[in-house]
Structures are given as structure tokens and as C-alpha cells.
Design a binder for this molecule. Structure first.
Ligand SMILES: C[S@@+](CC[C@H](N)C(=O)[O-])C[C@H]1O[C@@H](n2cnc3c(N)ncnc32)[C@H](O)[C@@H]1O
Length: 241
């Protein structure tokens, strides 16, 4: 199969915008969202939160219900139009130059975005810059040390639209040690949440009983020492000094 041509992030996500929510709200994707939102709620209830790369606003919409204020930033006008249609407060901009004032939020979080950012040290410095001292950065990476990475290496690319597949955009994988190396001095690694530790392929979540058991296992393992660092999606929980 001929690989899809590599696109810049904005074009890729503008193309993806009409399809993005196709699989969401059920099974595997619901589990990812629930584990991500649960972490934001732990740190962001009644606080000012910012989502970096908010996409169509599926996570931001849920955060807006428990946060004091919720703002989203995204590069793609196509994705943002859908978030704005939900009535969310969103602004167009890049993770590497956030259009957000210094020390203006309590929690900056980012899910399924940083893995597509080449200049990762600038993105981490930007998230640190906008968070108040004592606040939190929740930064999700794609983990090299995971079952998900192994399966991705074997499996053919998945279609995201009629034109592109999931290999048409820049994607990085990092180990927990790599991530520690990207942190600016003002961010302290406190813990991590591991998401998708034992799920071999997303489709298992569609199998009756088995899907339920896998989800229960994922919920139990997500915050367990050692296990959590094997999450396909690894969320570093970082405190702003
Ligand atoms: C896979 S979606 C995730 C959306 C949302 N976080 C969620 O979990 O539903 C990735 C989003 O990141 C955005 N994005 C990619 N690179 C970006 C960058 N450098 N700055 C800001 N947003 C970016 C894309 O436009 C897209 O909306």
C-alpha cells in the first residue's frame, strides 16, 4: 500500500475535523476520554483550566462542567469551529506559542496532541509559563514502552478520512525518561497516569463481557506504580514550582 503523503498538523486536522467524533462516545474511545477527564477533574475542579489542542472540544466540554473557567487552544480552524459550536471558549494558536497570558490558569492539560509536536521542549515550556505557581501541567505522551507501541509497529495504518491515514501526520513516541528530559526547571514530575496498559487492540472493547473486564482492568491499573508507566498514553503529572 502506498503511504499517504505527510501533511502539516493544521491541514491534517482540518481534513480530520468532519470525521473526528465518528468513533467517540463509546467503547475504547469513551474509556480514554473518561480516564483523561477524570485526571483533569482531580486537579482542576473549581479551578481555571486550559486545554492545549482541544480539537472539537469533547474533553473541554466535560471539563467546563466542573472547572471555574475552561479555555481551549487549537491550531486547526476546522476542529475549533466544532468546539465553538458547543459554546466553548476557544482561541486559535499553537502549543509552541500559546496565545495565553503568563501564570493565568491553575491547570494546563493536553491529550493526544504533544505526540504530534516536534518542538516538544518549547511546548512544555509554554504550558509551564501559563500555569500559576503551585498549579499543574498534565501532559500526555505516546509511550515507547507500551503494548500500544508494539501493536502500532506491526499493524497497517488506520484511515482517518477518505484522503489520509494516521501515519500522514508527524508522530513521536517517548519513554518516561525521555519525557523527564523535556521538562523546564520550573516543572517537577510528581506522578503519572497510564492509559491503555493492557488493551491489545481497540476492538476488544466491543466484545461483550471481555470489553467490560478490560475496561475495569485499565481503571485499576491507571494509577498503580510500575503498571502506570506502561500506558500507551502516558500522562505526566507535573507541578509548577
Ligand atoms: C487527536 S486531536 C485531540 C483533541 C482533544 N485533545 C481530544 O482529546 O479530543 C489533536 C488536536 O491537536 C491539535 N494540534 C496538533 N498540533 C498542534 C499544535 N502544534 N498546537 C495546537 N494544537 C495542535 C490538532 O489540530 C487536533 O485538534
Amino acid at each position: 500500500m502506498t503511504p499517504a503523503p505527510r501533511l502539516d498538523n493544521r491541514s491534517y486536522y482540518d481534513d480530520f475535523a468532519g470525521w473526528y467524533e465518528k468513533e467517540r462516545g463509546q467503547g475504547y474511545h469513551q474509556m480514554l476520554d473518561d480516564l483523561e477527564v477524570g485526571l483533569v477533574e482531580r486537579y482542576g475542579r473549581d479551578r481555571d483550566v486550559l486545554e492545549v489542542g482541544c480539537g472539537t472540544g469533547l474533553i473541554l466540554d466535560r471539563a467546563a462542567r466542573f472547572a471555574r473557567t475552561a479555555t481551549g487552544v487549537d491550531l486547526s480552524g476546522g476542529m475549533l469551529a466544532r468546539a465553538a459550536a458547543r459554546g466553548l471558549r476557544v482561541v486559535q494558536g499553537s502549543a509552541t506559542a500559546l496565545p495565553i497570558a503568563d501564570a493565568s490558569v491553575d491547570v494546563a492539560y493536553s491529550f493526544k496532541v504533544l505526540a504530534h509536536v516536534e518542538d516538544i521542549t518549547t511546548a512544555m515550556a509554554e504550558m509551564a509559563r501559563v500555569v500559576r505557581p503551585g498549579g499543574w501541567v498534565l501532559a500526555e505522551f505516546y509511550n515507547t514502552r507500551s503494548l500500544r507501541r508494539l501493536v502500532k509497529a506491526i499493524k497497517p495504518p488506520s484511515a482517518v478520512s477518505a484522503q489520509t491515514d494516521d501515519e500522514a501526520v508527524y508522530t513521536r513516541y517517548d519513554s518516561p525518561d525521555d519525557i523527564r528530559g523535556y521538562l523546564p526547571p520550573e516543572l517537577e514530575w510528581v506522578t503519572a497516569r497510564g492509559i491503555r496498559i493492557v488493551t491489545p487492540v481497540a476492538a476488544v472493547h466491543k466484545v461483550p463481557v471481555v470489553g467490560r473486564l478490560v475496561r475495569l482492568a485499565e481503571e485499576r491499573l491507571a494509577d498503580l506504580p510500575v503498571a502506570r508507566e506502561l500506558g500507551g498514553f502516558l500522562v505526566a503529572v507535573l507541578r509548577r514550582r
